[in-house]
Design a binder for this molecule. Sequence first.
Ligand code: ADP
Length: 252
Amino acid sequence: MVKRFDGREYNQLRKINIKLNVVDNAKGSAIFSFGDTVALAAVYGPKPSKMSLDYEKAFLRIRYNMLTFSTPERKKPTPGRREIELSEVIKRALEPALLLEEIPGSIIDIYIEILNADAGTRTASINAASLALSLAGIPMKDLVVALAVGKVGEKIVVDLNKEEEDYNSEKLKKDPEKLKYIEYYGEGGATDIPVAIIPSEKKFTLIQLDGEISNKELNDALNLALEKSLEIKNLMRSNILKHLSSSSNFIY
Ligand code: ADP
């Protein structure tokens, strides 16, 4: 039976890999991967900031960066418009879960590096940052969990890889070996919908949509995202608990 390009079922996430506190100098850090998409997040602070003394809550500063060797085509080392925009998107996805008013007059820096990219870097980044914030002891209501859902051809799927994001049935028709995938996905292009969720509140803190989709399909996709966010959250949570119980500085 034909399945997705990489052999997954429609509702199957790529393999998730989590590594915690990988950066010695950071207050909290984490690597989160969805298959070949690997994001590293490191949190510094909170530290007092003259800049934020006027604010009643901590100021969150985020820098998302894709390393030049993270993609098959070498990307420019200087931060581009996409990186500046994604830094803001990630900040807005995380902020609603953080209790920044509990640490007024301070600044929290989060540095995100994409070590390898195969689509879904913003969602992997949000998960890595969420883990790193929790390890840094930043007060938060819940972990923020992010993933992409979408429509490839006519099929609703979860966690699109780059080959799926680039899906175009007309182009595939030129390659006889790929015809079987048109039977699976159907005709058309791809619509990618990265989302971030606060699972305990079933609240979406990010929904972006690149492409076309009907209301009914969007509803199905978002329900699939909610369902899969719990799977990711459980994995993130169990990794944190395992890490804390095995680390020597854990205070009971
Ligand atoms: P996301 O990574 O969150 O899905 P995009 O939709 O902007 O964000 O990018 C999709 C994928 O396209 C990336 O994960 C990466 O694999 C590839 N990509 C994005 N920007 C570049 C770039 N400047 N150079 C090479 N590949 C890129």
